[in-house]
Design a protein around this ligand. Sequence first.
Ligand code: ME8
Length: 657
Amino acid sequence: MSKGKYYLTTPIYYVNAAPHIGTAYCTFSADLIKRHKKQQGYDPVVLTTGSDEHGQKVERAAKAIGKTPAEYATTIANEFVRQWQTLGISYDRFIRTSDPKHFAVVRDLFERCEKNGYIYTGSYTGQYCFFDELYVTDAKPGDPCPDCGRLTETVTEENYFFKLSAFQDKLLSLYEREPKFIQPDTRRNELIGFVKKGLKDISITRTTINWGIPAPVEGKHVFYVWFDALISYMSAVQGTNLWPADLHLIGKDILRFHAIYWPAFLIAGELPLPKRVFATGWILVQESKMSKSRGNVVRPGPIAQVMGAGDELAGSDALRYFLWREIPFGQDGNFSYDALIDRYNADLANGIGNLASRTLTMIHQYCDGKIPASAGDPDIAASAARTTDLVNGHFDEFDFTRGIEAVLAFISQIDKFIVEHAPWKLVKARAADPEAESKLSETLYTSAESLRLICGWLYPVMPTSMVKIWTQLGMDTPLDLVSADVLVWGKLTPGQAVGKVQAVFPRIDSKPAIQKMQELEIVEIDRQNALMGKKPEPPPGDKASEQSELISIDDFAKVDLRVGEVKSAEPVKGADKLLHLKVDIGEPEPRTIVAGIALAYKPEQLIGRKVVIVANLQPRKLRGLTSQGMIVAASIDGGLPVLAGFREDIPVGARLK
Ligand code: ME8
């Protein structure tokens, strides 16, 4: 009998980056949970994923390559769909926030919140970057834009607000009433602490953005992306009775949106709440967060190709296995190619793969390729029952690492069992000894039945590879339809013919494999850059291309060069090359600039002189002074710096273009 429906979601991913192993991690994990829940008898089990497409960044990225935001978003959304398919993700619905069906659901929730008195108009004040046309969250007046480095400006606009402040007590009592609403517990505690400090109302519309869902109000308002994005979880299953979701699987970075905003919006709209939000940890590469500027983004495609020797679904299994085996779910952990291959060879090639091929080969050689008749070894049968409970218990708690460890412990036990019973000796003795014949049957039945259960336990972890072993065992029922009641000892039918033996996890030679993955990674980066309209990156260390690299006018426009007038200049104690200048660049306060020009200019020579300043450099501390810009000078090899200046008189604050 069905345990009922189970609806789970991944985050909907931004279309400003192509899939990488971080986004794949969350998606793989949702896929594992879906397969596990199905096996446990939930029906239907529905998994949705999708793309978060609105906002200024997408609008701008599209414009830069001469596409409409809709075209751009479609290109990247298709890239996610393609990637999830090649990695074997069994999602049921891919929701795009640009889908008009989603618009209706967003507007409906807004209207419900409004009807219940949780929406009001107010003025929103934030730091806005006019060049990038976006608000910089958390910026203070005077802070630069993190994208382009220009100074942000304080802007006020009339917006619609959501009364989040009214939800502090309701949310705290929700967390109390439903202790599993936020998982893992460490995150739950952090979040409760945060909510206890008090919640501020949030602005949920914008008038400075075009690429968004128009709000059903007067004027040019579109919804703030998070109001839009969270509601996709409902739109994805609109017209079904799947809502509320049983699980939102997300990364820890977006927990506040899911555990504070989302339930508050739903309570305000009098709609049912999701049952659980689980936040995964972070996949780190070389101990740090993946970032484009650090160049340490790792994509799943090349790994899947190489680890599966061209069979991407098999390679996807190797990556999945590694991530859950290596990193306790919910915590941060490191990815490295070396560790991936070490685990693969140790656990998969030497462990499960070896058990499968030796068991099946012996059945072919000693039993005419048919499962021998036996009830199996009672101790192993008991151990298998315990392992089933352990695996299910751990997977139910999303502790995939421990679940896998329980299977590995069982595999070691079987390996030992085979060595102790030595079927290769029994086969020689059986002609003269009927006892040896029945021992042989028992040993091989035990190994084959163990293998069948291992396939069932690990199917959610490595679906493609477990199906391969399952098929070699000669099983008829497709493994994805197998439920827990079949995964008990003794259901393997004697006499069943086993299939052809093929290595499921052939050993991988580390060095050439890593080299191949890195080569394919470069091919993949170029392909994705081309999709996003970017030029291929020059190979690292390619001097000729570095020197001749041309920048676009937009790149040049990022440098804020201004005319300044030196107001004061003094030596810097203990630094004979530095001068401490105060330079007026047309702002209310002169800038402090620490410049390495003391050997070329005396302080008094500089007072009143017009100079050129780079005004949007990140501030830098030098000898205890914070330099808020750089003075432009020609530097002649070996000679002294010469300050740039003008022949004509020019007003302070003028920009150089
Ligand atoms: O935040 N390690 O989208 P996003 C582990 N559109 N997980 C990682 C990761 C890493 N290094 N990098 C990313 C958004 N992730 C919003 C979500 S939902 C209504 C809107 C995963 O493309 C992780 O699950 O930035 C994280 O929460 C998600 O990708 C964010 O993807």
